[in-house]
Design a protein around this ligand. Structure first.
Ligand code: ADP
Ligand code: MG
Length: 700
């Protein structure tokens, strides 16, 4: 059996099961070896039923004594009950809702291992478990030797379709027995410094811990074997990222000159004195731009921290060196707003700024393409349309890209170039990125963080109200409007196609306009409006001619109206944390005290946690960490996000500290390898084994 042997050829698998394993990402023997159990049970030293205490999680080996499907009248209530017993002559009841199917599975006399939370049933005076996990302990051919499943610490795997945890265990055993010991490719320096276990020993111990294994360490993924495998994954990931950064730094790019003329132009453009953080970050960007290699930098900063101003400064550097600049925004509204912002800043400098978006008429698009291609436009601001409409640049020097787009964009920018030189790329993120993600998903970029707000900002007051108190919300909005300030009222439209959110927004708009605020100007903004209407509404709101703007999430990113002081979010329970934070960031942009009112209808547990986080903190980094924790890394950026490395043993949230360790080790190893030969071997190993799995790591 080889590492790349397809699992379908392993005894006991066959095409049907192979398909189910494949759906879990398990195709080869090697995949299976890297599929760790998610939990371990100590079946070596089991408690009998009479020793169980209510409240504890426990595994017990029991026999099925009696089963029943309780009925009310003649109707089955859908609960399955099994009475279990063991040598201690005390019983324990297992209960399953919707468990009728178990009547044919848990037959009387069957021996099982069950795992669950022990509870006391006050009606029956008996111990019970609700929905315990169970495993049949009868020997059958497929599961091999029963000593694998009892009398020891056993691994519990996630099932793969109908491949049960027990079959997985037998399969893991078979594969470990038949495959040749794994080689260890980790550099010896690293292994020795951190006293890491040997690879083969670690893989074996993860699947089948030895007799002296510590159950607590195993179940917290901190056994020496876990420690080794987690660090290994992080080490290769960080090596890959570091190689990629190193390679990018060595590529030929544009070395922009930072002349006095550039400085003067920046000074002439600046509408305010930059904050210390803005100055520092511009320094970092300018240094990258001056170097003759392509910049790949991530600009992070909380909403309202002034990223756009820094981007404008960077644009001046490029333009004064005779290059063009592209600015890509995620939505048309934001693109047009950026366009207005840059146009306003740059008009004085004599730069030509052009917009582009998908909704433009073909004639307009053609004209703009011509401007850009002939070098008449200095800066083009738009949506993805810039990439899609066949725009060619005369000499693109800098691309300022929204974080949401960075994956496709980097490669495609190159295609649009007429020359061969790679432009500098500045990725801007509207969502603060937790450090763990900055080290993994964004690990191929250098990062700059604006960690200071422009002066005079007052923290936004955030309040949570049930929808029954909506009258209070409206009277508050009315008072603010009377004092000359403005408000947003946002409704969730989570999916483009969804109409309920849109209808709610429209209904509320009519109600607010005609009934609640007959004396105020109320506007409506949503994604389905024609572009011209959107622009008209936005500019009326900007100019203060609309007092209350009812909107869907189109206002989420980037809209900048400093006189707006109230953000009302309806059905706030339906928004994710990142969205709530973005929405809140639309207010608090001027000198007046601002407010965010979170109105909820039905509040479930995770939503409650999100609302609590919002009322507790206005710190975007804290909120992003909470978001990552609540949702897990896979969903952090929504389903569209690709490029998340597929880690098998490590978890970037749980193992954040180890990630830092691995990062330092990887940097040291790549830049000061013990020998060239070892470095070459490592690079080769990463290419062979990790490239595909880490997704975004492409080395060589
Ligand atoms: P971000 O893009 O980071 O969310 P913006 O660049 O839109 O933030 O800036 C938010 C607001 O703060 C804008 O109204 C902008 O003009 C203003 N601003 C930016 N930098 C400063 C500064 N140094 N001093 C005062 N106001 C600033
Ligand atoms: Mg902005």
């Amino acid at each position: 059996m080889q590492l790349d042997t397809p699992l379908v050829y392993v005894k006991g698998v066959g095409p049907h099961r192979a398909g189910m394993l494949e759906a879990k990402g398990l195709t080869t023997v090697n995949d299976l070896l890297h599929y760790p159990p998610f939990r371990y049970e100590d079946r070596s030293n089991l408690k009998s039923i009479d020793r169980l205490a209510p409240g504890e999680m426990a595994t017990v080996i029991v026999d099925v004594r009696e089963t029943r499907l309780p009925k009310v009248g003649r109707k089955n209530v859908g609960i399955f009950e099994a009475k279990f017993g063991d040598a201690s002559r005390v019983t324990l009841t297992g209960k399953w809702f919707h468990g009728a199917y178990l009547a044919n599975v848990l037959l009387e006399g069957t021996r099982l291992s069950i795992y669950g939370k022990v509870e006391f049933d006050p009606y029956k005076g008996d111990l019970m478990m609700m929905h315990p996990e169970f495993e049949m302990l009868a020997a059958d051919d497929e599961d091999g030797d029963m000593s694998l499943h009892t009398g020891r610490v056993v691994p519990i795997y996630e099932a793969a379709g109908k491949v049960t945890p027990k079959m997985m265990r037998a399969l893991a055993r078979r594969v470990l027995d038949e495959v040749a010991p794994l080689e260890d490719f980790l550099p010896a320096v690293f292994r020795e410094r951190l006293k890491l276990m040997d690879r083969w020993a670690a893989v074996q111990a993860i699947h089948f811990p030895g007799e002296d294994a510590d159950l607590r360490l195993l179940n917290s993924y901190r056994s020496p074997a876990h420690f080794r495998m987690i660090l290994e994954e992080f080490f290769w990931l960080e090596c890959g990222l570091e190689l990629k950064r190193t390679k990018a730094r060595a590529e030929t790019g544009i070395g922009f000159a930072l002349t006095d003329r550039v400085r003067e132009k920046i000074k002439a453009m600046l509408p305010f004195k930059p904050t210390g953080a803005q100055k520092r970050v511009l320094g970092e960007i300018a240094k990258d731009m001056a170097a003759p290699h392509p910049m790949n930098r991530l600009l992070q900063g909380d909403v309202g921290s002034g990223k756009t101003l820094v981007a404008a400064e960077a644009a001046i550097i490029a333009i004064e060196n005779g290059y063009q600049v592209a600015v890509l925004a995620p939505t048309e509204i934001l693109a047009m707003q950026h366009y207005a912002y840059f146009k306003n800043l740059f008009e004085r400098l004599g730069y030509v700024v052009v917009p582009l978006a998908g909704s433009f008429k073909p004639k307009e698009k053609e004209k703009i393409r011509g401007f850009v291609e002939q070098g008449m436009a200095h800066i083009i601001v738009g949506t993805h349309a810039i990439l899609e409409e066949g725009v060619k640049f005369q000499n693109l020097g800098l691309a300022i890209v929204d974080e949401q787009h960075r994956f496709g964009v980097m490669q495609r920018l190159k295609l649009m170039e007429k020359g061969t030189v790679k432009p500098d790329v500045l990725v801007m993120t509207a969502t603060p990125i937790p450090r763990t993600l900055a080290l993994t998903l964004y690990g191929d970029l250098d990062t700059s963080v604006i960690d200071e707000m422009p002066p005079g900002r007052k923290p936004i007051h955030t309040k949570h109200l049930p929808s029954s108190r909506i009258e209070e919300v409206w009277s508050f909005v009315g008072r603010e409007a009377a004092a000359g300030r403005q408000a947003y009222v946002v409704y969730p439209v989570i999916e483009e196609s969804e109409t309920t959110g849109l209808k709610a927004a429209e209904r509320s708009y009519l109600d607010l306009r005609d009934v609640v605020f007959p004396r105020l100007a109320v506007g409506l903004l949503h994604g389905k409006l024609p572009q011209a209407d959107k622009e008209a509404v936005m500019s009326a709101f900007k100019a203060g001619r609309i007092h209350v703007l009812v909107a869907t999430t189109v206002v989420e990113v980037g809209v900048d109206v400093p006189n707006a002081t109230v953000m009302v979010i309806e059905q706030a329970e339906r928004f994710g944390l990142a969205q709530l934070h973005q929405l809140r960031g639309r207010v608090g942009r001027g000198a007046d005290q601002s407010y965010c009112l979170l109105v909820t209808e039905k509040l479930g547990e995770p939503a409650r946690e999100r609302i609590r986080t919002m009322t507790e903190s206005t710190d975007g980094f804290y909120i992003a960490e909470m978001d990552l924790r609540l949702r897990g890394p896979g969903e952090f950026f929504g389903t569209k996000q690709s490029g998340m490395p597929a880690l098998r043993f490590a978890n970037i949230i749980r193992d954040a500290e180890l990630l830092e360790v691995a990062r330092n080790e990887a940097e040291a190893f790549i830049h000061h390898p013990p020998s060239e030969e070892e470095l070459r071997r490592a690079v080769h190993f990463i290419q062979e084994n990790w490239q595909r799995r880490y997704g975004l790591v492409q080395v060589g």
